[in-house]
Design a protein around this ligand. Structure first.
Ligand code: SF4
Ligand code: SF4
Length: 469
């Protein structure tokens, strides 16, 4: 049994780490500050510390890692729910099979319509989400969705006026669908997916089995070992996550890091991203009280510890968090967020409120979120360059670990923001973003890259699209 599935091993590690002295914790923080990542034992030691001073230092280190590796950019994406048919009975989810309501799956015309709306919001990167139902939502349907999304373009390209609506296209489709076979993962890879995302929900097997009483997902090993099969099939970027609140968060963080270690040892590369969903009320969910609900302060702490442990892994939050929490989470190391999202099938077209999978906390429009990020001196980014340049899997990780990733992230963030502003920005947005872009471009340390970005921004204002390093 791999360590991340082994309850006895995880509890033993947590217990042993409780004895870590302040001196040892300090050494662990020094190591993290050198961007070296952490071993599972070191993660367990940080999880056990209650010292106010050491925690304050931990947050400082998380912020400095975030600044050093990712700079000021925040990558934007949107989820796209395409089907809420589901044969699983997950107790915490409104899409669970026992919940009686009218379900649907988008037709390809509807997928196209949703894609057009998302493109008009400026999105270039989507996460396709679907419940598990081999009959109503087979893999062939998901493959068709991916193809349709990549083919859907809006606007005439580069005119940047309100009549053309800007030049819209989806450049990266990530997929969050149920655990499946090596053969089906191979088909997803061939369809050109970016990251394959799967939330482990909880690593604690007894809790997992209680929360998943029926359906294929009730098989703990089938679900938790899905990334092994995906990577065997050649999918290079996989994204993990835990639904925080189902079980003790310290246990989950450590198990998540053991899972990462397992993938690194077996495939040479760990998680490309980690998503940080936290349990919320969902209409139709059967569980009402969350004994293990994670407080805001613990949630910030666990995010910061993950930032220290895996400095090169993207960390993602969704609209489930409030504006205030999003701001603090960014300081703790979050590098990607969704904006203007709906979590309903066909929700961008309908914006219906019925049968949402989870309730959404941050309901600002995408442009409001972008304006807010810029007010915080952050650069909203619509970049999808790495995937399209073949910088995936271990090639991505070696670039990240060499410290070079910032040299492409920042220029790409600036160029994609310029393209967004030209195509979709209000006059106030254009003004604000132009100032930010100019100031941040001036701050690019490498003279050649600085000149290239300036040239490209001029080309973008002259009509060019999709420029990236
Ligand atoms: Fe289905 Fe996923 Fe909801 Fe479980 S969490 S009921 S698998 S949609
Ligand atoms: Fe992400 Fe690569 Fe773009 Fe940076 S350059 S934002 S890592 S796709």
């Amino acid at each position: 049994m791999p360590n991340y599935q082994d309850e006895g091993y995880i509890n033993k590690l947590l217990k042993e780490a409780e004895g870590a002295s302040p001196g040892e914790i300090s050494c662990i923080l020094d190591k993290a500050a050198r961007f070296e990542g952490l071993t599972p034992f070191e993660v367990a030691a940080l999880l056990s510390t209650n010292s106010r001073e050491l925690r304050a230092r931990l947050f400082e280190v998380a912020f400095s890692i975030k600044k050093h590796i990712y700079g000021d950019r925040i990558v934007m994406f949107a989820p796209l729910y395409v089907s809420d048919y589901c044969v699983n009975g997950c107790l915490y989810c409104g899409f669970r099979c026992g919940h009686d309501y009218k379900r649907r799956r988008l037709t390809m015309d509807e997928v196209r319509r949703e894609a057009e709306l998302l493109e008009r919001m400026g999105h270039k990167r989507l996460a396709v989400e679907a419940g598990e139902d081999p009959e109503n939502c087979p893999l062939s349907y998901i493959l068709e969705v991916i193809k349709t999304l990549y083919e859907t373009k809006t606007g005439s390209g580069g005119r940047g006026d309100s009549q053309s609506g800007g030049y819209g296209e989806i450049r990266r489709v990530n997929v969050n669908i149920a655990a499946t076979t090596v053969d089906e993962y191979r088909q997803l890879k061939d369809a050109g997916i970016g990251t394959y995302i799967l939330f482990q929900e909880t690593y604690h097997q007894p809790t997992y089995e209680k929360m998943h009483p029926s359906g294929p997902k009730s098989d703990y090993r089938w679900h938790t070992e899905a990334f092994d099969r995906a990577m065997e099939a050649g999918v290079e970027d996989v994204g993990g996550g835990v639904l925080f609140g189902l079980y003790d968060w310290r246990y989950e963080v450590l198990a998540l890091m053991l899972h990462n270690e397992h993938l690194e040892q077996k495939f040479g590369v760990g998680f490309h991203t980690i998503s940080l969903p936290r349990i919320r009320h969902a209409e139709g969910a059967t569980l009402g009280k969350w004994r293990n609900a994670v407080t805001d302060s613990d949630f910030l702490l666990l995010t910061a510890i993950l930032r220290l442990a895996v400095p090169y892994t993207g960390m993602i939050i969704s609209t489930r968090e409030t504006k205030e929490m999003r701001k603090d989470l960014i300081r703790c190391g979050v590098s990607q967020m969704s904006g203007g999202s709906t979590v309903e099938v066909g929700g961008y077209s309908l914006r219906e409120r019925k049968a949402a999978q989870f309730s959404v906390q941050d309901e600002r429009t995408p442009q409001e979120i972008l304006l807010w990020l810029m007010d915080e001196d952050l650069i909203p980014s619509f970049c999808t360059a790495c995937y399209r340049k073949g910088r995936t899997g271990d090639r991505f990780m070696s670039l990240a670990k060499s410290g070079q990733i910032k040299n492409v992230c920042l220029p790409n963030a600036l160029m994609t923001l310029a393209e967004y502003a030209r195509d979709y920005g209000s006059p106030a947005f254009k003004e604000k973003s132009a100032k930010l872009i100019s100031r941040k471009t001036d701050g690019i340390p490498d003279e050649n890259i600085r000149a290239e970005v300036r040239g490209n921004i001029e080309r973008i204002s002259g009509g060019a699209s999709d420029l990236y390093l």
